[in-house]
Design a protein around this ligand. Structure first.
Ligand SMILES: NC(=O)c1ccc[n+]([C@@H]2O[C@H](COP(=O)([O-])OP(=O)(O)OC[C@H]3O[C@@H](n4cnc5c(N)ncnc54)[C@H](OP(=O)(O)O)[C@@H]3O)[C@@H](O)[C@H]2O)c1
Length: 272
């Protein structure tokens, strides 16, 4: 199931769009709740705030699992490595656990970005490398080009989006998926099927959604600023859904809800 599960990082705290004190407060609450894995990106402009928050907490480097992502504008040979080094400086780290290409760029060929990603790995800037928002064809290209294993393809993943094809291709290529917008930004928590399952397990709908993701072998990156929600999200680690209930949730993909679409992110590729 990949490095996130092997490292106990399958429940990661997302940090977008948090900054400054809001980020610091949320990271402290998350840490107190047991989160050790944090997801940031150059695009979020909060790497320095995350670095400061973790330094304030006094967290041991060895217990942390930090993912960051290279901005599309920094994917070229001239900017990739210097920008990764700037990210490390901002995060106050010698290396990140996972470094991702955040988005395929319309201006820079994937080959160039991936060769720089590989170089970042070889230079020790990242323990593991991966991709985000890559289509099936792009994942195939990455698997063919990269020598190091691909830690993940971080993509939108929740019960209202049918990612069956992408998941099957990822499984075939040995690439794990990591879920962003795992709670669909809260938009699916009133769904009657999810609510009915939640009632039977005496768990909130958010835990049912996160559990479905984890039981698909996909790591999750929920963002929350609230202690109760952070605690609740971690509690998705400690129960199981039956096969029948997993199947009920699988059917919700026909809702076809894509939150990060071309309107929100014009450089998004044509999804599978
Ligand atoms: N790779 C990419 O291109 C990409 C794109 C988008 C996002 N991401 C990453 O994925 C992370 C998560 O995505 P997201 O923040 O867009 O969406 P999300 O995690 O699906 O939803 C976040 C929202 O859900 C609420 N929430 C969290 N836990 C809850 C709970 N237990 N019950 C009820 N509501 C809850 C939060 O509010 P409260 O603060 O009130 O709890 C927040 O408003 C981001 O932070 C970022 O790290 C990556």
């Amino acid at each position: 199931m990949g490095i996130y599960f092997e490292s106990g990082a399958e429940m990661t705290m997302g940090t977008f769009p948090l900054k400054a004190d809001e980020l610091k407060d949320a990271v402290r609450l998350a840490y107190e709740t047991g989160f050790r894995s944090f997801d940031t990106a150059q695009m979020y402009q909060n790497e320095a705030d995350l670095g400061a928050a973790l330094a304030d907490i006094g967290a041991d480097r060895d217990e942390l699992f930090i993912t960051t992502k290279i901005l599309p504008a920094n994917l070229g040979t001239d900017r990739f490595i210097p920008s990764a080094e700037q990210s490390l400086q901002a995060l106050r780290l010698d290396y990140v656990d996972v470094l991702l290409v955040h988005w395929p760029s319309p201006d820079i060929e994937n080959e160039e970005a991936l060769s720089q990603l590989q170089l970042a790995h070889e230079k020790g800037l990242a323990k593991h490398i991966g991709i985000s928002n890559y289509t099936i064809a792009m994942m195939e290209q990455a698997a063919a080009l990269l020598d190091a294993p691909i830690a993940c393809n971080q993509v939108e993943f929740h019960p209202y989006l049918d990612q069956t094809k992408l998941k099957a291709a990822a499984d075939r290529l040995g690439v794990s998926l990591s879920a962003y917008c795992p709670l669909a930004k809260g938009q699916i928590l009133d769904d009657p099927v999810i609510a009915e399952i939640a009632q039977r397990y005496a768990r909130p709908p958010s835990q049912i959604v996160l559990r479905w993701i984890l039981q698909n072998g996909v790591s999750a990156n929920p963002m929350s600023t609230k202690k109760a929600n952070l605690e609740s999200n971690r509690a998705a680690l400690d129960f199981s859904l039956s096969g029948a209930d997993m199947h009920l949730l699988d059917q919700l993909g026909s809702n076809n809800l894509r939150i990060v679409d071309k309107q929100r992110m014009p450089i998004a590729p044509d999804w599978d």
